[in-house]
Design a protein around this ligand. Structure first.
Ligand SMILES: NC(=O)c1ccc[n+]([C@@H]2O[C@H](COP(=O)([O-])OP(=O)(O)OC[C@H]3O[C@@H](n4cnc5c(N)ncnc54)[C@H](OP(=O)(O)O)[C@@H]3O)[C@@H](O)[C@H]2O)c1
Length: 356
């Protein structure tokens, strides 16, 4: 059987994304083949295409951190799984495809009846948001937090989960994202026209309990200034290394993959050494999953429950067919997107018990 996937053959802009057709992969022993129903499009995908994300695979590679798929074929030695079951996974790369083979250990069951695009939004963005809130910052009801990039994929997840946790929330966003941030219970701060540190101190008096900083670089230092004594910056991203979806430095990727991470380390060390009891704590979904895979499974399962109970509702910015992966990444890179962009390889096909 033939199938299609997206590949990157050189680090660079969205034009480097190509669709290829080839023989479908066959599952090895211990593996399951999934027909991909939805794959997330996220800034880490864009950073890998540019060659600057520390997880960037060797060329050529298929991008795509997160997916929801239906079991289509079983490799040898698989038990307890039937064709037709729906699972979610975070392979980190490889999800922009029609079919993927994954180890049974990687699969987390998706309850019946969920929309595949909404379900896939939980895998990277909501697990990231949930673990940062409850495992890194250990928030308590009534505390105040600042969320950067609050209208984006992870940002809207932080707002919804922060609202459930009873937090007072401030969110930086461009003017286009302000209404989405206030609809989700946050107080928008226009980072393009206002100094967010001054604004947070004006609104809170002594600063917030936690800042979620996916922007990186010097922004981490400014985030620290928005904390009250004893507060934490959770540093989790490098959005500032991109501009318009391309490398902000203008350098080529690949060779500079670890530069931003070194800068990250300096800020974390500074947070420990400087007075004021304000810490900078890094968060990485992939490292936590590698070190404690049971936490990823447990947290994603808890989030599926919240989705089933309609306590959370992921915002889907747009759904694209697989062939339009390039346009999807271009749109994300331009900025101003509210919520999650999703690739839906078989757009519009209804599968028993699941909306696609
Ligand atoms: N550590 C982890 O485990 C982990 C997991 C997932 C994601 N991430 C990281 O999280 C970050 C966000 O990813 P995402 O997929 O949610 O991206 P996204 O959907 O594109 O959201 C990013 C948001 O940031 C806003 N933004 C850009 N520059 C900003 C600035 N200087 N101040 C405040 N907001 C700004 C953008 O809005 P405008 O363009 O409208 O301003 C956009 O809404 C990325 O750096 C990604 O690598 C990390």
């Amino acid at each position: 059987m033939r199938c299609r996937r997206v590949i990157v053959t050189h680090y660079g802009g969205p034009d480097e994304l190509r669709v290829v057709e080839e023989e479908c992969p066959e599952p090895k022993d211990g593996e399951v083949r999934l027909r991909v129903l939805a794959a997330g499009v996220s800034l880490p995908d864009v950073m890998m295409r540019e060659g600057i994300h520390p997880e960037t695979p060797r060329l050529p590679f298929t991008p795509g951190w997160d997916l929801v798929g239906m079991v289509d074929r079983l490799g040898g030695g698989i038990s307890g799984i039937e064709p037709g079951q729906i699972f979610a996974a975070l392979p980190i790369s490889g999800a922009y495809t029609e079919f993927i083979c994954l180890s049974q250990r990687e699969l987390v069951p998706v309850p019946a009846g969920l929309d595949a695009a909404e379900a896939v939004s939980l895998v990277l963005n909501y697990v990231t948001a949930y673990q940062m809130l409850h495992r890194s910052a250990r928030v308590k009801p009534g505390q105040s937090v600042l969320i950067h990039g609050a209208a984006g994929g992870v940002g809207t997840a932080l707002l919804q989960l922060g609202g459930l946790a009873g937090l007072k929330m401030y969110g930086t966003c461009s003017p286009r994202g302000a209404s989405a941030v206030s609809d989700l219970g946050g107080i928008p701060i226009d980072y393009q026209h206002k100094d967010f540190v001054k604004e947070v101190l004006r609104l809170t008096g002594e600063g917030v309990d936690a800042v979620f900083d996916g922007i990186g670089g010097a922004n981490i230092w400014r985030s620290r200034k928005a904390l009250r004594p004893g507060g934490r910056v959770i540093a989790f991203g490098l959005t500032a290394s991109l501009s318009g979806g391309r490398l902000a430095s203008g350098r080529s990727g690949g060779r500079h993959r670890f530069r931003e991470i070194r800068v990250f380390g300096l800020y974390i060390a500074g947070g420990w050494l400087l007075p004021g009891r304000k810490r900078v704590v890094p968060y990485s979904i992939q490292w936590l999953k590698r070190l404690k895979p049971e936490l990823f499974r447990q947290d994603l399962t808890a989030l599926f429950d919240l989705l089933q109970q309609k306590k959370i509702k992921p915002l889907i910015a747009e759904r694209f067919p697989l062939d339009e992966a390039r346009r999807a990444q271009e749109l994300l890179g331009k900025g101003g997107v509210t919520g999650k962009i999703v690739l839906v390889p078989e757009h519009g096909i209804a599968i028993e018990g699941h909306q696609v």
